[in-house]
Design a binder for this molecule. Structure first.
Ligand code: M6R
Length: 609
């Protein structure tokens, strides 16, 4: 949520900042702004709308400067308008800040500051920060920032510039990610790597409670708890190519098409055919705990939660270990009771989701180990978990998650194989799973060649429908949920995912000849039951769009539209059945003329509660 960036160095600050904002825009896109120090002044420009609007408005008009900050917003306090856009400044325009996070005690702070004579112009919580700094400033910027931060309850990733110290940026972090890129005679601080990797691959991940004082050729980091700390510089492996659209109309489409390659990366070096098992070195020290656990608790949000649900089904059926899947947002507040025999798994693409992070901390507070299934290397969740599995999906820019889901599901397939082999799967069964896993990337590549035309035709036909129902059973019930979420997110069509058999307990009342029902009806152990559900829909004149298994000619005759996927093992079907649902959501949104990569009200990484 919200992208922040700061630049100091030999280069042209405005150019780096505007470029960076374009890269960070997936974090929020309701308003944008920039502040530069030039000619003894802080020059601020901000506007409601996307970064493009800011770039157009300021084109050729920004002063030369070597230091500045910028922001792309996802509103929490105050509607998206020019005034509420960041950067925010103090009364006399001596300090400018960009903020990602929430100041929970902003009302109290505002009252305190107003009593001292400070004037506020926006409705945001963030505006209290420059005023607090102004209030406490006594010739020492760092001291004023520290005092200001001590007053704040809530979360922040902050970049601050000041007229009194035009040779430095102050960055501070508590609960909202910040990463600092080190170039030659320049530093860039940003909410995430996307804004940095075109300039440098040397980065420092700021930790909670740390404040960095960044000059063009030096950095000083102080931790609230540890005092001065030596910056740990890490090398980034993401490439520029990975964060560019590369000829695709949208990042979402690019990421859908990347899925076969991603899965190869997820499984690379992790399959051991000889022993019919998987190898997950990142969690090697916890395999015994997982195998002997009373309970594995998976927590996550959104799409990652759907992947976790598939993980539950896989681990329970292949390894016989009890698993529960929790919404991280519920888990953290419902006073969960964890036995010492439990072990948790936090699933997150970004590794920064506030609710998942809070659930992780709650589990650790109760003394239970927490493992991670994460995409972003060096993210907070990746660092705070005891051990983890990286899914190697590369940067995911499209707000609607696709390739990360695929890779998360594959990570669970590997984990369930590994645990299954330790518990009850035979060598032959393990090898059979490996053979099927190895086929999946090619099966997806093939599907990507044959599916789009048919799916486009369906999308055109149904793009103006107001409601959709998605049904699936077993492993494909979470796929139905995920398919419905994809449609809701990017096309704003109301869609519900249901276990197919639950339909008759209520949702069947919705079915009429206007209701498209997407049913995943592959040839698995419960195929016949799903066919009965299809009959129930047809009897009420509902429109059935089925995802079936290749060779199922009977299904084709019984439904209005059939999209076929190759056969695989039951628990691997979600890796194939999700693809047509991603494409369907994508093309419906495209045909509705919507902004697929920046759906309204959403942001990629949800770092607020
Ligand atoms: O980064 P995370 O996996 O922790 O994010 C969780 C959800 O916010 C995320 O999956 C969200 O639901 C996506 N927009 C789904 O497409």
């Amino acid at each position: 949520m919200c992208g922040i960036i700061g630049y100091i160095g030999k280069g042209e600050a405005a150019e780096v900042l505007i470029n960076g904002l374009f890269r960070l825009e997936y974090r929020g896109y309701d308003s944008a702004g920039i502040a530069l120090i030039a000619d003894g002044d802080i020059f601020v420009r901000k506007v409601a709308g996307k970064v493009k609007e800011l770039a157009q408005m300021t084109s050729g008009q920004l002063p030369h400067s070597h230091i500045g900050i910028a922001h792309t917003r996802w509103a929490t306090h105050g509607v998206p308008n020019d005034i509420n856009a960041h950067p925010h400044i103090d009364c006399r325009g001596r300090f400018a800040i960009v903020h990602n996070g929430i100041i929970e005690n902003c009302r109290t702070l505002k009252r305190f500051l107003e009593e001292k004579g400070h004037k506020f112009i926006s409705d945001t919580d963030s505006e209290v920060i420059p005023h607090l700094i102004e209030e406490f400033y006594n010739g020492d910027l760092i001291a004023a920032v520290k005092k200001a931060l001590n007053q704040i309850e809530g979360t922040y990733g902050l970049a601050i510039i000041s007229l009194a110290n035009p040779d430095r940026i102050i960055a501070a972090r508590m609960g909202s990610p910040l990463v600092i890129g080190k170039g030659r005679e320049e530093y860039i601080v940003a909410s995430d790597l996307a804004a940095i990797i075109s300039y440098t691959d040397q980065v420092i991940y700021l930790k909670d409670g740390e404040i960095a004082e960044i000059r063009k050729d030096s950095i000083r980091i102080e931790s609230r708890e540890l005092g001065l700390v030596t910056p740990e510089i890490e090398k980034v492996t993401w490439t520029l190519k990975q964060i560019e659209r590369g000829g695709y109309d949208h990042f979402m489409l690019k990421e859908i098409y990347e899925q076969p390659i991603i899965l190869r990366d997820t499984i690379r070096g992790r399959l051991n055919y000889e022993e019919g098992t998987a190898r997950l070195n990142g969690i090697a020290d916890y395999i015994d705990d997982l195998r002997d656990a009373d309970r594995i608790i998976i927590f996550a949000c959104g799409t990652s939660w759907h992947a976790g649900l598939i993980g539950e089904y896989m681990i329970e059926s292949l390894a016989g270990i009890p698993v529960e899947v929790e919404y991280a947002s519920e888990f953290r507040y419902r006073k969960p009771v964890l036995s010492q025999g439990s072990i948790c798994i936090a699933v997150s693409q970004s590794g920064e989701t506030a609710d998942t992070l809070a659930a992780l901390r709650e589990a650790k507070r109760q003394g239970v180990p927490v493992l991670g299934i994460c995409n972003v290397v060096g993210s907070t969740i990746a660092r705070e978990t005891d051990a983890g599995v990286y899914i190697h999906a590369g940067p995911e820019i499209g707000v609607a998650s696709t390739k990360a889901f695929m890779a998360q599901v594959m990570a669970f397939a590997l984990l369930s194989l590994l645990l299954g082999r330790q518990k009850r799967l035979s060598l032959d069964e393990g090898r059979e799973i490996i053979e099927a896993i190895r086929k999946v990337p090619d099966q997806l590549s093939q599907l990507l060649k044959v599916l789009p035309d048919g799916i486009k035709a369906i999308a055109r036909k149904f793009k103006d429908h107001r409601n959709f129902l998605y049904l699936g059973r077993g492993y494909n019930f979470p796929v139905a949920l995920e398919g419905a979420l994809k449609l809701k997110e990017i096309s704003y069509i109301h869609a519900e995912g249901y276990p197919a058999a639950e339909m008759k307990h209520g949702p069947i009342a919705l079915i009429d000849k206007e209701m498209p029902v997407v049913v995943i009806a592959i040839k698995d152990a419960i195929y016949d039951k799903v066919i009965s559900n299809i009959e129930e829909i047809r009897a009420r004149e509902g429109i059935v769009i089925a995802i079936g298994s290749e060779g199922d000619e009977q299904l084709k005759k019984n439904v209005d539209y059939a999209i076929m996927v190759p056969q695989t093992l039951d628990h691997l079907y979600p890796l194939l059945t999700i693809l047509p649902l991603q494409l369907l959501a994508y093309y419906i949104a495209v045909f509705k003329g919507l902004d697929v990569d920046k759906p309204r009200n959403l942001a990629k990484s949800v770092t607020v509660e």
